[in-house]
Design a protein around this ligand. Sequence first.
Ligand code: ADP
Ligand code: MG
Length: 723
Amino acid sequence: MATLDTKLIDLLGDRTAKALESGIGARTVVDLLRHYPRRYAVRGELTDISELKADDEVTILAEVFSTNARPLHGRKGTILEVVVTDGSSKLSLTFFNQAWRERELRVGRQGLFAGKVGIFNGKRQLSHPDYELIADGSDVDSAIDQFAGKYLPVYSATAKLPSWKLAQCVKLAVDALDDLPDFLPEQFRLKHHYPTLKEALVAVHQPTDLDQAELARERLTFDEAFLLQLLLLVRRAQLRELNATARPAKLGGILEEFDKSLPFELTSGQHAVIEEIEGDLAQPHPMHRLLQGEVGSGKTVIAIRAMLAIIDSGGQAALLAPTEVLAQQHLRTIRTLLGPLAHGGMLGGSESGTQVTLMTGSQNSASRREALTLAASGEAGIVIGTHALLGESVGFKDLGLIVVDEQHRFGVEQRDALKAKAQFPPHLLVMTATPIPRTVAMTIFGDLDISTLRELPQGRQPIITHVVPALEKPTFLQRAWSRIREEVEKGHQAYVVAPRINGTATADADMDFLFGTISAELTSVEELAPTLHAGALAGLRLAILHGQLPSDVKDETMRAFSEGKIDVLVSTTVIEVGVDVPNATVMVIMDADRFGVSQLHQLRGRVGRGSSPGLCLLVTNAVPESSARMRLEAVASTLDGFELSRIDLKQRREGDVLGVSQSGTRSHLRLLRVLRDEDLIIRARDDAQELVDADPTLFSYPALAHELKVLQADENADYIDKA
Ligand code: ADP
Ligand code: MG
């Protein structure tokens, strides 16, 4: 008899075990059983080829009639065309770059072929169908029965490991399988009417009907969500147990002075979040809080208040920013808002004041030394920086709070590197302007408490967004440039954003990855700026900004722009996050289809920050009805960041959605999809919470505790791999 840990080599022999290991990475029974079928081929619901209609999802029983592999026209790669017949009609199947399939799809072989009917050159075809060949020498019926009865599991297959071979191995494993302990606590299993673990594992591979398969799949998906939530909640409970220095709010210090000098009233949303944060800081346990809020909702001032509260209690705060431009801007903003409070210990500084210093990778060694000294001596209450803050030479006297701005650019690893610089676990405030759906937040930031800022400060102007189809309506683009002129004449400023720096460099390396090859036709900052200067925007004060400029040039340019000495900033996405120049009212984004939905939302958040409305023009060559065009229309149609981030996330691969923060658990998430399975995740979260509340060490649930340990070990292993 076999258990989940039985080695496949002992069960299936040397050769098969080797093939399974190299084919799907399976070494034990559980690895094999967790290789779930992609779909089921249903006998009895087989369709006649003559009746196939376009867009139908079909499964047909047919015989290979002919095959033909040839190179593609004018492109790299091969196309394999396989014609199959059911005796009366024929259908062609096409595979790109999978010529190896010709070896198994030999003329005369029978099998089940499943896929969606498409039309090509007026002919019906299945492109990349799933298929299940019937072993040579078997008659069809007994061959099918041999696998699974009526419902045939169809696995993602490789040359060496066809689907039917996998089905055979699974059958051997299932037949040998002992009773299995079920780690899912019975009360939850019964509540959701789920099968046991063993029932589910068997049914997902060998269902007697599709409802049963569906329920098995749901239970296994739930398992993934439940274990992940449990891991996060246990971690959260453990974090809460750590000792930290309590930093209760003190009256009569820098915070009180700051509040008095604030030029605006805080919104009620800001007040509510501040209360949550102050409550956390007063605890002798570290805060772990995520602050998510719309672009422009006023997160920075909240972070500043938290940092000042720490300073009042004798500690220091570090503010980690994703880019140098943003770090420099934070320095300027914080110094401006603090005024004399930022000159503690200096002539003319305030008595309760502190010092604010900056650490970036490209600063010169003199200013770096100065910053290092200020941080180490404790004189700097606020240390702002990019990744340079994580460097080994950086030390603090008493680091009490870490603020991470725009979290989606930082991984857990970086957070941890900074935490290691404090004697006691510091408090942590993570800010993100990319609001994310609740279940994604639960999955990615499940070990953090979450505060959300929904409202924008009063009097904030709306941003109007239009799509400018440059090819169809060239006059619209002309109009965009004149809108910039009009705004500048009114005393305002403008941004023009382009996806590339110059002929060779893309502004954002992710984009090459996202869109494949670099296309030379994309607008670049270095080409566009002189063109505008000589033409549509002649006479205006233009400057360029991108990541490859030296940091003092970047700093100088941003400073000049924020002081109104530049009318139009032609830039890459370096201005995407956080840049705050309230006098800028219009933004033109070139090749806007090249940017992600959330990125566009971030970008346009740079305008409409003052008392005048903002205008954002999305210039594109994408044709009407194309998916690129629809994305832009979606951005133009709403200002709701939550809505847009859903659209954005739907277009990413699951692994990208989860990002680095869950890389270790990723391999455990075979079925779970964070957007599709929202209900399930919420149920799993509730159950996990109930369990952790009742039994935080899982003392009464040894099987579950074991399962969690396995998951955790994989996470740690993954973490070490990367370090
Ligand atoms: P974000 O949440 O995008 O980081 P910021 O903190 O940069 O937003 O705030 C955007 C702008 O709004 C800043 O100029 C900031 O000073 C201003 N601001 C913040 N809170 C308020 C408020 N309560 N009333 C008016 N203006 C505010
Ligand atoms: Mg910000």
